[in-house]
Every structure is written in structure tokens, then in C-alpha cells.
Design a protein around this ligand. Structure first.
Ligand SMILES: Nc1ncnc2c1ncn2[C@@H]1O[C@@H]2COP(=O)(O)O[C@H]2[C@H]1O
Length: 921
């Protein structure tokens, strides 16, 4: 039914598509002829009709009469033609019936806007005032039409002397600034009804009456399952109707909330059907609306009433939702444009700026938005506002201020006033003519001292420019150490040729290769011995201690073959408390300790399944959910419950952070493909599997077989990666990769191994510096010497690294609990080292004397802070920094108060779940 999308022809096109007025809707008529124009890149759907062939339908909508190629006519009524309704209802084109009169009388061969219900619209195109244009529109062979007048199907071809200018003007605007609407999808409705009663039947009929394709499900689980599947196949449900008449069968509020938290459903229309008595008190309805329901409707068995309700929902909610979702594509296009575009509001404050604007102005978005125009230009702008008032475009030179530079940059700017509300211009669009298409030009601009934060290009300066942070006490210590490191080459690329710049890039890349950073790390000495102990142990390799090995070491346990899927809950209980908690599974303040407690120490299995589901990992790997479940169960079983820190709760926590970061990357249009998402989540889940609760150095010092096997190099991480694949490939029932083709598997395996190995802390600064050197560069990553794959490797490594040590950037109570757990594990290592007369890797981590606040302050200052700032600059998650700073201040406070030992600190904490693993001390 209806037409398929087409784009309008360019205005220079002179012929209309042959075929005349095609069939619309029912009647078996031929499809409507479509015209297209790609000039402004927008998709429009233009159906040419002869105005003389329109008549009002009895319901008030305009009906289109069709004239088929064979001369027969067919009519489409509002009942059987989804297009005619919208033609009347589209406020942009016809406000009332008199508009239709204007359209439908006096002129021949005008082209009217026609739209599909709930889906797409447009457009009155033009009229042909000449005589003799007797053929149906599109019949260019009609002969008598005034040549040249039938210039185009595009409204821009209208001449000012048209006597119906008011109508045309409106429609001209409509075409000039079209609302891009999605192509005409089959609308789909999901009905969530506990049982199929008379109310459900009437709703089904009403939906069907409006051509909605209806699916009925009977439980929340079934609903979520259906949505997950539909999301995977990009077959979205536009409308979800939930039975909210009683909480016995279904908890509508709960379901609505769960749907809203399901990836990709923020613009899905959710309706609840409520008892009439519900409308007498507002609490229950408000609770539903707060849970994400768009509208509550009263139950009825009256089909007509239900049908009208449905119609209103289609027009007033679903259609705008469809428009909004399609506009995302426009914003993305605008955002990624190499050209500089900014838009002001009606008082000339900046309301929108794209990425190129950030780069040109050397400011981040939050600095730009709301700024008065006068702050952006050196030029006196009265010239533009005057022009704006007289509704003319400005086209000339303006001098732009670039942050950090004294002199302005003269640029050719086009300013287009737009009437967003009313007829007078309210907004101005600025389009800067950037020579050479943008990037090259911006790269050649004089470089100011600071680059914008919040953009990819800001990371280096944000993270490492001493001046920018000199006032910030938290940063000072860290930067005092870091700035002495050769993280940036002392050579600049300014004033050299492109070839030379490329060579310099190569040399820089070479200089930044592995190994160059580690030795310098040994030079880091903090003021505090606890921090020195910790940082030294984390950043330096085993060689420091290897000469002190003792020979009487026993072998620590490795993968325990009894830990198989069979000891894991065969069936995950659909516990509502767990389900409710998992609804928040991608929030930064997710309570992992509560999950640990209520899942009886199986947080990885439950959270893993939820996150796999949310990112549709099953479809990506083409694998049954049960295989993933079994895989998670086996991986979880191979984490040691006896470790206070490196247990499956830590794995779940890292996976949760990874999920949150991927979500943010998706929100920020930094696309990770589905396989990248899946492999990142798998790597996170498995990254510490079979961790013995002792460091690599301990393993080396104690001649552990793993240290022997891996030659003292990257011992633990190599083991985690190896055992992950050994377990996975060793049992077909848990082999999540078994359906991947060879090449895909090879690449997935390599990504997972690379990510797990990247969690090794001795290469921390190398990974951080490489990340900063690429994503903090003024040059787009793809223009650097690295290939796209190389830059995405750097991004993925950073992703897992940050997730792995994100605990100091979590809400305070979690941060403190993690600090307790890691300190406890370090203490146990020290205890064992003492007991076995091994070299003591971190002597300060003695439970009797250790200052926990001091260790955390050092950890944040030396390891976490710069990494978090770099990562925040990249993905824009300011809560990471906010939490980190609050935690840092708290540790400082404890330090000043002399609250040092674990016991002192824990005495000050409110309980967090029942988070002590059974055998923790
Ligand atoms: N809050 C913390 N305090 C001190 N060390 C930490 C903290 N969080 C993580 N770590 C260390 O950082 C390391 C990162 O890699 P691992 O998970 O192997 O081991 C981790 C711990 O040794």
C-alpha cells in the first residue's frame, strides 16, 4: 500500500514521470508516480495528483480520485487509503478545509502533498497555470502545457506572481525545509495482555483497522524476548499496548520501565489500558507515566471509540516519534559534516554546533552552547541581525574567534535565517566556507595552547598540559610526574611539508612503541611509601624481584577441572528482585554487591546474560542463549570465590562498566560494530578468570608453573586469555564461537586476547600514551599513520583497561568496598609471602600497619586520574570524574583524620549488601 520512497527531482528537471495519477491504496490501482530530488539530500515522497481529482470525503478528509493509465478512475477513501487522511491532517499543508478548497479549485494539475498515516508525508509541489495541460500530472506528453512552466516537481519552481501564494508559500517552506520522515514502514503493535478477553479483542481490531500488524504476548518475559528479537532483526514495534487493569496478571509499570531500559526503545510508543476507575485518582496513572508510558487509555468494548483513540495515538505520538527517530540520522549527518555548521536561537545564542565547529573554535560543545554570537565573532554582528530582521540571507566575511588565539580568523560565512515558529525568522544557520572541505584547513590553523575537551581531539592537552591543571590540587602530583615523561615528542609538525609531517608521524609512532615507557615508570617515586609500594608493584615487571626468588615454593592451584557447568544453577531463577536490579544493569551506579548477594555469588551469570541480551550478543555470535548461559556459568565457576577482589563479582563489575561504556560510545555515535561489542563483553567477563588472588610477581617469585610456562612475562593475563579459550573450545556445550566462520572466529579470538593482555598494568602508560597520542591528536584518527583497525585496537584496549580499574570512579560506597577487597587480597599475599619466606612484593601492605587512604590516594593520583580524564574526554562520561573526585576527597579526609586501617574505615561505612564472600577474612 502507498508509495515507496523516492527523492524529488532536481529543480532543473522538466519532465514529470509518466504514468499519470497512479492508484492509491485500495482498488488495485497502479502505484503512484514518484518524483525525486537529491539536491538537499532529503528524502521526500512526492505524489503527483491533479487537484481537480480531489474531493472531500464524507468523514472530512480529502479523498483522492485516481485516474489510471487506462483512463479508469479509482477513489481512495479515508477508510481504505492511508494517504488521504494525512493529506488533510498534515498541519503544514492544510490547516482547514478552506485550504483544501484553495488547493482543489481553480487550478489544474497542481500537485498536492500526500502523506502516509503515521509514517511519512508531503508535498504540495506546484501548479501548472497554463492551458491545455489536460493530461494527468506526469503526462508530459499532454501537449498543451506551457513549456518551461512545468519546470519541476519541486516547489522551488513556483513563481512569485502566483495568486495562491499563501498556500504555496507554506508548502514551499515545507519542501524547502522538509521534515525528513521515515519511509513507509508497516506499523507494528505489540499487545501485552495477560489473557485475550473482550477488551484485548477490541484493541486488536482497532489496531488492525489502522493497518497495524498486531502481535500478542502474555507476559513481561515474552514481551521483552519479542522486543529483543525484533531489535536484532531491525523490525521494531512502533506501539506497545500493555494491559494495566490489574496488577495480578501483569505489572504494567514494571513492564513499561523494563521496555524503556531495553536498548533502542526510548522512542517506542507505550500505551496502557486501564480501568475507568483508575482515572478518578491520579497516583496510579502518574506512576505509569513516570515509568515511561506515553498515554493511559480507558478500557472499552466500543470499537469505534477504541479506533478513534488509536487514530489519535497514531497521529499525536507515533508519528512524531517516527519523525524524531529519523531525525537522528539528520543530526548524525550534521554532526559528522566536515563543514562547520552552527545554529542560533531567536536571541542569537548558539543552540547547536557540530563537531567541526568545536574544532574550528577550539572549544568543546558545552562551552559553545548558549554562548552569544558576539562571543564567537570579532566582527560587529549588527550587520547580520539587521539582515536577519529583513529575512535575507547573509553571505560574506566574518572574523571568527578561535579559543587561545589573539587574532581572529576571517572566514567566508553564509547565514540563513529560518522561521522555526511563526513566519518571522527565529533561528540563524551559520555555514562556514572552509577551504579544502574542512579538515585540512582546520589542521593548518595556528594551534592554540588548549584544545577542546569533550572532543576526541582534546585528550592530550587535557590530560597532560600542566598549565591547564596547575590550580587543581588533585592533578598536581600526578602531572608533576607525568609531564616529565616523554609522552609527546619535542618536535612539532608546524611549518613543515605534508611529507615531512607524515615522516614525523612515523617517527613519533616508532618512538611510542612498547618498551619505551616501562623503564621510566621505575623512576616514579611518590612521597608516600605505601603508594610507592603499590605503584611500583603494579607498573614494574617481575625482573625487579625475580632475583629474590625462593626455591621452596609450592604450586598454586590452576584451573580446577571439577568446576564445570553442572555445578552451576541449571536454571536461572526468574527472581523478580534480581530482574528488577538488572533493569539498571547499564547504570554507572549499578549495585554489583547487591547482585552478588541476591544471586548467591553468581553475579556474572545473571548480569552476563542480561548484558549479552541487551547487546544482542546471541545474534552476533549466532548462538543459542543456553550456550552463552553455560559459557558464563563455566567462566564464573573458574573465578575463585576465595579471592576477596579477583572473583566473579569483579568480572561482573568489569563487564558492567564495559556495557556502560559501549552504550555511551553508541550514544556518541562512536560506532563499535556488533562483533566488537560482543568481543569486548566476552573479554571483560573472562579477563581475570582463574586468578589465583596473587600477583604475577608473586607467581614469578614463587616459581609457579604459570610463571615458568609464560617465562615470567605477562603471566596472569596470558593465563586468563589461554584458559578462556581452553575452556570454551574444550566443550561444545559452552563453545560460544562454534557458529562463527573461520575468519570471524580468528578475528574475534585475536581481539579478545589483545584486550585481556591489555589489562596488564606494567604496560599501563604505554597504552595510555598511545591512546592519547591518537585520540588526543588534533588530527582525525583516521588521518594519522595508524589504520582504522589500529586505532580501534587502541580504543578497545583503553575500554577494558578503564573498566578494569574503574572502581575508584564508582559511587563512594562501592569504591570503598572495592578498596577493602583489594587491600584484603594484598594483605593475604603479604601474609603468605612472610609465611613462606618469599620476597615481599608490597611490604607496606601489612594489615597491621597499612594506610588504606594513602594507598588509594596514590593509586588515584598516579594511575587512575589521567586515564579517567583521557577516557572522559573521549566518551564524555563526566560522572566518572565527579565520582573520582568525591572519592579522592574522602580518602584525603580519612587520611587527615587518621582513619587508616581497614577496620577504622569499615566502621565508618553503611553496610553494602552482604558483600563478604563466604571465606573472606
Ligand atoms: N582500588 C584499588 N587500589 C589499589 N589497587 C587496585 C585498585 N583497583 C585495582 N587495583 C589494582 O589494579 C590492577 C589492575 O589489574 P588486575 O585486576 O590484575 O589487578 C588490579 C589491582 O592490583
Amino acid at each position: 500500500m502507498g508509495c515507496s520512497p523516492s527523492t524529488l527531482h532536481n529543480s532543473s528537471s522538466t519532465t514529470e514521470a509518466p504514468g499519470g495519477v497512479g492508484g492509491v491504496g485500495g482498488g488495485g490501482n497502479a502505484p503512484l508516480p514518484l518524483d525525486g530530488n537529491e539536491k538537499d539530500g532529503s528524502l521526500l515522497f512526492c505524489i503527483k495528483l491533479r487537484r481537480s481529482r480531489m474531493r472531500s470525503c464524507s468523514c472530512g478528509a480529502v479523498t483522492l480520485q485516481n485516474q489510471n493509465g487506462d483512463g479508469s478512475t479509482g477513489s481512495a477513501t479515508c477508510g481504505d487509503n492511508i494517504m488521504c487522511n494525512q493529506g488533510l491532517l498534515n498541519p503544514m499543508q492544510t490547516k482547514n478545509e478552506s485550504d483544501y478548497e484553495k488547493l482543489s479549485t481553480g487550478k489544474k494539475d497542481s500537485i498536492v502533498t500526500v502523506a502516509a498515516l503515521g509514517n511519512f508525508t508531503h508535498s504540495v509541489v506546484r501548479r501548472a497555470t497554463g492551458t491545455g495541460s489536460t493530461g494527468t500530472s506526469g503526462t508530459s506528453s499532454s501537449g498543451g502545457g506551457r513549456p518551461g512552466h512545468r519546470k519541476s516537481s519541486l516547489a522551488l519552481a513556483l513563481t512569485p506572481e502566483d495568486d495562491s501564494m499563501d498556500v504555496y508559500q507554506r508548502n514551499l517552506m515545507d519542501l524547502k525545509y522538509p521534515t525528513v520522515l521515515p519511509p513507509n514502514p508497516q506499523l507494528k503493535a505489540l499487545l501485552v495482555f495477560h489473557k485475550s478477553d473482550s477488551i484485548c479483542e477490541v484493541i486488536t481490531l482497532a489496531c488492525q483497522r489502522h493497518q497495524l500488524d498486531v502481535t500478542l504476548v502474555k507476559s513481561k518475559e515474552e514481551a521483552l524476548e519479542t522486543l529483543h528479537k525484533s531489535y536484532a532483526t531491525a523490525q521494531c514495534y512502533h506501539l506497545i499496548i500493555i494491559d494495566a487493569r490489574s496488577t495480578k496478571g501483569l505489572d504494567a509499570e514494571h513492564i513499561a520501565r523494563a521496555i524503556r531500559h531495553t536498548h533502542g526503545h526510548h522512542l517506542t510508543t507505550i500505551i496502557t489500558v486501564c480501568k475507568k476507575s483508575f482515572f478518578e485518582k491520579d497516583d496510579a496513572l502518574i506512576a505509569l507515566l513516570d515509568a515511561g508510558v506515553n498515554r493511559c487509555i480507558a478500557e472499552t468494548t466500543n470499537l469505534a471509540m477504541c479506533s478513534v483513540e488509536m487514530k489519535q495515538i497514531l497521529h499525536s505520538i507515533i508519528r512524531p516519534h517516527n519523525v524524531m527517530s529519523t531525525q537522528q540520522a539528520l543530526y548524525t549527518a550534521l554532526h559528522r559534516l566536515k563543514e562547520v555548521v552552527l545554529i542560533t536561537d531567536d536571541v542569537y545564542r548558539i543552540q547547536y554546533a557540530n563537531r567541526a565547529t568545536e574544532r574550528l573554535l577550539n572549544m568543546r560543545l558545552d562551552e559553545i552552547i548558549s554562548k552569544p554570537l558576539a562571543d564567537i565573532f570579532h566582527t560587529d554582528l549588527s550587520i547580520i541581525s539587521e539582515q536577519g530582521r529583513s529575512i535575507k540571507e547573509f553571505d560574506g566575511i566574518l572574523t571568527v574567534r578561535r579559543k587561545g588565539l589573539q587574532d581572529g580568523i576571517p572566514m567566508h560565512v553564509r547565514v540563513v535565517p529560518v522561521a522555526c515558529i511563526g513566519s518571522a525568522p527565529t533561528h540563524l544557520i551559520f555555514n562556514f566556507d572552509v577551504p579544502g572541505g574542512g579538515l585540512d584547513f582546520i589542521a593548518t590553523l595556528p594551534q592554540p595552547k588548549e584544545a577542546p575537551r569533550g572532543s576526541l581531539h582534546s585528550v592530550r592537552r587535557c590530560s597532560f598540559d600542566v598549565r591547564s591543571i596547575a590550580s587543581d590540587g588533585l592533578r598536581r602530583t600526578s602531572l608533576a610526574k607525568l609531564t616529565s615523561l616523554p609522552l609527546e615528542a619535542p618536535i612539532t609538525k608546524e611549518n613543515c611539508s605534508a611529507d615531512e609531517a607524515r615522516l614525523i608521524d612515523k617517527v613519533l609512532e616508532f618512538l611510542k612503541r612498547e618498551g619505551l615507557y616501562s623503564p621510566q615508570m621505575k623512576e616514579i617515586r611518590t612521597d608516600d611509601p605505601t603508594a610507592t609500594d603499590l605503584i611500583g608493584a603494579l607498573l614494574t615487571g617481575p625482573s625487579v624481584y625475580s632475583s629474590r626468588r625462593s626455591s621452596n615454593d609450592s604450586i598454586i592451584r590452576t584451573g580446577n577441572s571439577t568446576r564445570t557447568a553442572t555445578i552451576v544453577p541449571a536454571k536461572m531463577k526468574a527472581n523478580p528482585i534480581i530482574m528488577e536490579l538488572l533493569e539498571e544493569s547499564l547504570s554507572w551506579d549499578f549495585d554489583i554487591f547487591k547482585l552478588e548477594e541476591i544471586t548467591d555469588y553468581h553475579p556474572l551469570l545473571y548480569l552476563g546474560m542480561e548484558i549479552f541480551r541487551r547487546f544482542d550478543v546471541f545474534a552476533t555470535l549466532n548462538i543459542d542463549e543456553n550456550v552463552c548461559k553455560a559459557w558464563l556459568a563455566v567462566i564464573e565457576a573458574h573465578y575463585h570465590k576465595s579471592n576477596t577482589y579477583h572473583n566473579s563479582t569483579h568480572a561482573a563489575d568489569v563487564m558492567q562498566a564495559t556495557g556502560a561504556f559501549i552504550t555511551q560510545l553508541i550514544n556518541k555515535d562512536m560506532v563499535m560494530d556488533r562483533m566488537d561489542q560482543a568481543t569486548a563483553l566476552i573479554a571483560a567477563a573472562a579477563h581475570d578468570v582463574d586468578h589465583p588472588g596473587r600477583s604475577s610477581q608473586f607467581l614469578c617469585n614463587s616459581n609457579n608453573p604459570l610463571a615458568v610456562l609464560y617465562n615470567d612475562l605477562t603471566v596472569l593475563e596470558s593465563h586468563h586469555a589461554a584458559i578462556t579459550f581452553k575452556l570454551t573450545l574444550g566443550d561444545d556445550k559452552i563453545n560460544i564461537f562454534k557458529n562463527l566462520d573461520k575468519e570471524t572466529y580468528k578475528s574475534a579470538r585475536s581481539t579478545i586476547i589483545d584486550m585481556i593482555l591489555a589489562t596488564e598494568m606494567t604496560r599501563h602508560f604505554e597504552h595510555l600514551a598511545k591512546f592519547v597520542s591518537v585520540f588526543g591528536s588534533e588530527v582525525e584518527p583516521r588521518e594519522l599513520v595508524q589504520s582504522e583497525e589500529e586505532t580501534s585496537i587502541l580504543m578497545r584496549r583503553m575500554l577494558i583497561k578503564v573498566a578494569d580499574v574503574s572502581n575508584p570512579a564508582r559511587p563512594m560506597q562501592y569504591c570503598i568496598e572495592w578498596a577493602r577487597r583489594i587491600a584484603e587480597e594484598y594483605f593475604m599475599q603479604t601474609d603468605e609471602e612472610k609465611q613462606r619466606h618469599l620476597p615481599i612484593v608490597m611490604p607496606m601492605f601489612d594489615r597491621a600497619t597499612c594506610s588504606i587512604p594513602k594507598s588509594q590516594i596514590g593509586f588515584i593520583e598516579y594511575i587512575i586520574q589521567d586515564m579517567m580524564e583521557a577516557w572522559d574526554s573521549f566518551i564524555d562520561m563526566p560522572q566518572l570524574i565527579t565520582c573520582m573526585k568525591i572519592n579522592y576527597s574522602q580518602w584525603k579526609k580519612y587520611d587527615e583524620q587518621g582513619v587508616n586501617t581497614l577496620a577504622d574505615i569499615m566502621a565508618k561505612q553503611p553496610p553494602v549488601g552482604n558483600n563478604k564472600p563466604s571465606n573472606s577474612k
